[in-house]
Design a protein around this ligand. Structure first.
Ligand SMILES: Nc1ncnc2c1ncn2[C@@H]1O[C@H](COP(=O)(O)OP(=O)(O)OP(=O)(O)O)[C@@H](O)[C@H]1O
Length: 304
């Protein structure tokens, strides 16, 4: 469990993280989303005790990081895959970590196996591909078999196989009851991986909700109805407080409602339907709407 309470960080007159309060639950993959510079890495660094909050606290299992007795066994993290001594082999890096944290040598071989790099563990870290470095970083995060795992952009630079592998790993870690917190700019990937989403912009919380709810709240998620009496149906739906857009002679697009409500209202009015279907926004679309006002560094968005 990770708890943030009023977590804030200022660098000079710049507010990187602004009064974040949330709880990240075990058994869940929580995706951490936000435009460049939104404050995701700073938040993760504060959770790991690498940055000191200006105000508020970040707790892991109820304690601030520096009070955790056995940090590596409590929280594992991949922040920067290249932050490994380049002259050391992957195995030597893990063995050093294990030794300084009282973790058995046999665990090093176990995690090397888990991340699929047992064969490459003797290579110098500096000579590893980005994908292999990511795997080594994940092996280090898993070393202490922690309850909480945090990954900052773990799929950056990975090929499709690597991306799929990370997706399955996150899922199985959460299924084992761990708290998994992962930042990413890859919306299609997050849509496949995350159960829950935390979206921030300019350091502030924009959304903290299950993935399904984020998608359902998008204006692009809608009910599409075709009926020979679309005009009458439009009046009935509007009267029920539903936002309806007429599309041609026979088609309506209704938002802020569900299939059941539209179907029931049509039935009550005795209106025949030729189609009743759900149109679901992609996470990418939902995310664009949510963060439209918070993008600091970006080209103007193309209108589509
Ligand atoms: N050490 C620092 N000194 C000054 N400003 C910093 C420092 N670290 C981060 N910032 C600023 O804090 C803000 C948040 O940065 P952060 O790296 O946390 O964002 P992010 O959401 O991780 O971005 P990205 O998606 O680009 O990785 C940015 O405006 C950044 O310039």
């Amino acid at each position: 469990m990770i708890s943030l309470r009023g977590l804030s960080k200022r660098y000079g007159d710049r507010t990187a993280v602004d009064d974040l309060s949330l709880e990240l639950r075990p058994g869940t993959v929580t995706g951490f989303l936000g435009p460049n510079g939104a404050g995701k890495s700073t938040t993760m660094r504060m959770i790991l005790g690498l940055d000191r909050p200006t105000a508020g606290v970040a707790l892991v299992g109820g304690l601030p990081y520096h009070e955790i007795r056995d940090p590596l066994r409590t929280v594992g993290a991949l922040l920067d895959a290249r932050a490994v001594h380049p002259g050391r082999s992957g195995r030597a890096h893990l063995l050093a970590l294990a030794r300084s944290n009282g973790i058995a040598r046999s665990r090093v071989e176990e995690v090397l196996e888990t991340v699929g790099m047992a064969g490459a563990a003797g290579r110098r870290a500096g000579a590893l591909s980005l994908g292999m470095s990511q795997r080594l970083g994940i092996a280090a995060a898993l070393l202490g078999d922690p309850e909480v795992l945090m990954f900052d952009e773990p799929v950056n630079g990975l090929d499709p196989d690597g991306v799929r592998w990370i997706r399955h790993l996150m899922r199985s870690l959460a299924d084992e009851g761990r708290t998994v917190f992962v930042s990413s700019h890859l919306m299609s990937e997050m849509q496949l991986t995350a159960d829950h989403l935390v979206v921030i912009g300019r350091g502030r919380l924009i959304m903290d909700a299950p993935l399904a709810e984020v998608i359902a709240r998008s204006s692009l998620t809608a009910v599409v109805v075709r009926s020979p009496h679309a005009g009458d149906l439009s009046v009935r739906l509007s009267a029920a407080g539903i936002t309806v857009e007429r599309r041609g002679e026979n088609e309506l697009v209704a938002t802020g409602t569900g299939l059941e409500q539209v179907g029931d209202l049509a039935h009550e009015a005795g209106i025949r339907l030729h189609e009743l279907s759900a149109r679901e926004a992609s996470l990418e679309q939902a995310y664009e709407e949510l963060t439209a006002g918070s993008v600091e560094y970006g080209a103007p968005r193309a209108r589509v």
